[in-house]
Design a protein around this ligand. Structure first.
Ligand code: ADP
Length: 291
């Protein structure tokens, strides 16, 4: 699964990303974290980014695009990732499209966390106080003055992405003012609708494959051999399921659009219908594979 979390500073992207990491076993790619690490390590990128970040501006596109390109190619990102803080501009989004195309990867969802600007300052101040209470260093850009600038950068350069992804029929919006747990549930529902929920067949298979790989590591040689024998079969069937899911996802996208337009009640029915479509296309794929 590959998804983007969009939202202003303090909207909860990091919190939700961490939860998704736990639920789906994918990695969180936060350009903010990567840049802070580069600043701390005083790498050439860090030296370039330091003052820009401290002032609440945006680091040049080519710098962050380079970072993400390298990161996406790492083996731990092969299973999927959550982009948190990237893309932040339309050129970054276009570069990401190109990158994913070259890697033959698809984007499953773009989720916007929508919050009232009024609460952001409060949230960021609370985060800084909590960090201080733990005895950790507070981010130098978590001050009211810099936050105002970060919000302006968001409004001017990142908000256009909402329209960009909505035009590309990729955008789903979640009310980020709800309690953390409810936001997570809502994100889960969206992922379910695109065929990527934690209860989906593909996710379950991935989990089973992971478990069997784990047990192969612990089991005696004979059992490990047996598991290893089964692995290619499991991989092939997972591939098939993936293909079917992809096909279903196309139909789901259309349904999603309808669900968005429809009142809440019928959204449930649309999701149900989408589920049916996925099942049907999975069945068809199975049939084709048999014949
Ligand atoms: P926020 O809490 O504002 O979402 P992040 O941790 O994502 O903060 O980013 C911190 C800072 O790092 C940003 O204010 C910006 O200067 C820089 N940064 C992070 N990601 C990007 C990006 N994709 N493009 C440009 N600058 C970025």
């Amino acid at each position: 699964m590959r998804l983007i979390l969009l939202g202003p500073p303090g909207s909860g992207k990091g919190t939700q990303a961490q939860r998704l990491v736990q639920q789906y076993g994918i990695v969180q790619l936060s350009t903010g974290d990567m840049l802070r690490a580069a600043v701390a390590a005083q790498t050439p990128i860090g030296l370039k980014a330091k003052d820009i970040m401290a002032a609440g501006g945006l680091v040049p596109d080519e710098v962050v695009i380079g970072i993400i390109r390298d990161r996406i190619e790492q083996p731990d990102a092969a299973n999927g990732f959550i982009l948190d803080g990237f893309p932040r501009t339309v050129p970054q989004a276009e570069a990401l499209n190109e990158l994913l195309k070259n890697e033959q990867m698809n984007l499953d969802a773009v989720i916007e966390l929508k919050v009232n600007e009024g609460v952001l300052l409060e949230r960021v101040e609370r985060r800084a106080a909590e960090t201080r209470a733990r005895g950790e260093a507070v981010r130098p850009d978590d001050t009211p003055e810099v936050l105002t600038k970060r919000l302006a950068s968001y409004r001017d350069q990142t908000e256009p992405l909402i329209h960009y992804y909505s035009d590309h029929r990729m955008l789903a919006t979640v009310d980020g003012m709800m309690p953390i747990e409810q936001v997570t549930e809502e994100i889960g529902r969206i992922l379910q609708a695109v065929g990527k929920g934690s209860g989906s067949r593909a996710a379950k298979k991935a989990g089973a494959a992971k478990r069997s790989a784990k047990s192969a590591g612990r089991a005696p040689a004979k059992a490990a051999k047996k598991t290893a024998k089964k692995a290619p079969k499991a991989a092939a069937s997972a591939k098939k399921t993936g293909k079917a899911a992809k096909k279903g996802a196309k139909a789901v996208k259309a349904t999603k659009k309808a669900a968005k337009a429809a009142p809440k009640k019928s959204a449930k029915a649309a999701a149900k219908a989408a589920k049916g479509t996925r099942k049907t296309s999975a069945k068809a794929a199975k049939k084709r594979a048999k014949g």
